[in-house]
Design a protein. Structure first.
Length: 411
C-alpha cells in the first residue's frame, strides 16, 4: 500500500486521503430500492406458502415502485430516457398512476370476507380503470382544464373510497384494516396535501417527492407487518379447516362405537383395492345377549368382536348392529375367516366379563369375480351367511365344503 501511494501523484494522494464525498441522493435511492427488493422477497416467500391474491397485488406495487424509483433517479438510462425527455416523463406518470391503481385491488383482497359492502368492493375493483382514463392528462402537452379537473375529481374519489372502505372494515372488526390504515396514513396525508396544493392553491406541492417516498417507505414496513399478521391468521384458518375436514371425513367413514370403518369406507376400499373375497359375519344369538346382560354389555360384546375380527390382509368394517363385513386379501380367504371365528369366543370372554355363554358368530364368504360390484359381492356373501344361520349358527359357509369345522356348502 505504501509503495502504491508513493507511486501516485501528490494531488491524487491528497484526494485519496480526504476521501471521495458521498452522493447522498444516489445512496438514498439505492437504500430505498434495496428496502423495496427486501419487501418483494418477503412477499414472494409468503406467496410460495399461502397463495393469496393480496400478496401478488402488493408485490406488483413494490416492483412498480422500484421501476418508478429507478426512472426518477439520476442513473443513466440511455439517450432516449434523458432527465427532461418526454419518454421518461410519460413512464414516470404511468408508473405513478399504477402504484395508485393497485391500491384498491390490494385492499379488497386483503380484507377479511364481509368487512365491506358489495358496492364498495365493486368500486375498488373499478378503481384502476377510472384512474387509467385520466392518466393521459399527465402526459399531454396542453391538457384541457376540464380534463385535469376530472383527474383531480377521480383522485379525490379514490382517496375517499379508500378511507370509507377502511373505516367500514374497522367498524366491522377487521384486523387487516387496522394495520392498513396505519400503513397508509402518511401516504394518504401526503396525497391530500398534494391535492390541496393542486386544487386550492393552484401550484404543485414542492416537497411531494421527498414526503411521498418517505411515506412509502413507512407504508412498506407497516404493510409487510400487516401481511405477515394476515398470513399467520389465514394459515391458522386453513390448518383448522384441514383438521376439521379430516375429522369430518373420519366421522363419515368410521363407525363411532367400534372405531372400525363403515359401509361407505368399504365401498371406497373395494374400488381402490379389489379383494379376493368378501365375508359377512354376524354374532350368533345377539338379541339373547342383550336380553340377558343388558344393552351396555351387548355394546361391549360388539366392540370386542370388532377387535377380534381385525387382522392382516383383512379390511374389517361394521355394517350395523351385530353384523360385520370383511374384505379378504390373503392367499386363502376361507382359512382367514375360519381362524378369526375360532379365536372369537376366547377373545370376547377375555374382554367382557360376566357372560354365561361363549360368544360365537356365523359367516358367509363369496369370491370376488373380475366384473363383480361391491353390492353383488356383499349380496353373495349375505346369501351364504343365511345358509350358515340355517345350518345351526357358529358356521362358516363358502363356495365349497372344507373339513376344518362344520360347514354348509353352497354351489
Amino acid at each position: 500500500m505504501a509503495t502504491a501511494l508513493a507511486a501516485t501523484p501528490a494531488h491524487a494522494q491528497s484526494s485519496f486521503a480526504r476521501g471521495t464525498p458521498l452522493h447522498w441522493p444516489g445512496v438514498l435511492t439505492g437504500a430505498f430500492i434495496g428496502f423495496l427488493l427486501l419487501s418483494a422477497a418477503y412477499n414472494i416467500a409468503f406467496f410460495t406458502i399461502l397463495r393469496e391474491r393480496f400478496v401478488l397485488w402488493q408485490t406488483a406495487r413494490v416492483l412498480i415502485l422500484i421501476a418508478l424509483t429507478i426512472t426518477m433517479s439520476s442513473l443513466p438510462l440511455g439517450p432516449w430516457l434523458t432527465a427532461e425527455g418526454m419518454p421518461r416523463q410519460i413512464i414516470i406518470n404511468v408508473l405513478f398512476d399504477s402504484t395508485i391503481a393497485f391500491l384498491g385491488l390490494f385492499l379488497r383482497s386483503l380484507l377479511e370476507p364481509g368487512m365491506i359492502d358489495r358496492r364498495l368492493d365493486r368500486l375498488l375493483a373499478w378503481q384502476p380503470l377510472a384512474l387509467a382514463a385520466t392518466t393521459p392528462a399527465m402526459v399531454m402537452v396542453h391538457c384541457p382544464p376540464l380534463y385535469m379537473a376530472l383527474r383531480d375529481a377521480v383522485l379525490v374519489g379514490i382517496l375517499v373510497l379508500l378511507c370509507v372502505s377502511l373505516a367500514q372494515a374497522i367498524g366491522r372488526g377487521s384486523r387487516a384494516a387496522r394495520f392498513q390504515t396505519a400503513a397508509w396514513f402518511c401516504v394518504l396525508l401526503v396525497g391530500l396535501v398534494s391535492l390541496y396544493h393542486d386544487i386550492v392553491l393552484g401550484r404543485p406541492f414542492g416537497l411531494l417527492l421527498y414526503a411521498l417516498f418517505s411515506a412509502l417507505a413507512l407504508e412498506m414496513l407497516v404493510t409487510s407487518i400487516g401481511i405477515g399478521d394476515r398470513f399467520m391468521r389465514l394459515k391458522r384458518h386453513h390448518d383448522d379447516m384441514r383438521a376439521q375436514a379430516i375429522v369430518l371425513e373420519r366421522v363419515a367413514y368410521t363407525d363411532p362405537m367400534t372405531g372400525l370403518e363403515n359401509r361407505r369406507s368399504l365401498e371406497r376400499q373395494f374400488a381402490a383395492h379389489r379383494p379376493k373375497a368378501v365375508a359377512i359375519v354376524d354374532i350368533d344369538h345377539f338379541k339373547a345377549i342383550n336380553d340377558r346382560h343388558g344393552h351396555d354389555r351387548g355394546d361391549e360384546v360388539i366392540i370386542a368382536v370388532a377387535a377380534a375380527l381385525c387382522s392382516n390382509d383383512v379390511f374389517t368394517v361394521r355394517l350395523g348392529g351385530e353384523e360385520f363385513a370383511l374384505l379378504l386379501y390373503g392367499a386363502s380367504p376361507l382359512d382367514q375367516v375360519d381362524a378369526l371365528l375360532r379365536q372369537l369366543p376366547d377373545h370376547v370372554s377375555a374382554r367382557v366379563a360376566g357372560l354365561d355363554l361363549p360368544v360365537t358368530a356365523s359367516a358367509g364368504i363369496a369370491n370376488v369375480a373380475a366384473d363383480m360390484t361391491v353390492s353383488a359381492a356383499l349380496k353373495a356373501a349375505d346369501i351364504r351367511l343365511y345358509a350358515a344361520k340355517a345350518a345351526g349358527r357358529n358356521q362358516l359357509v363358502g363356495s365349497a365344503p372344507v373339513a376344518i369345522r362344520p360347514r354348509v356348502a353352497l354351489g
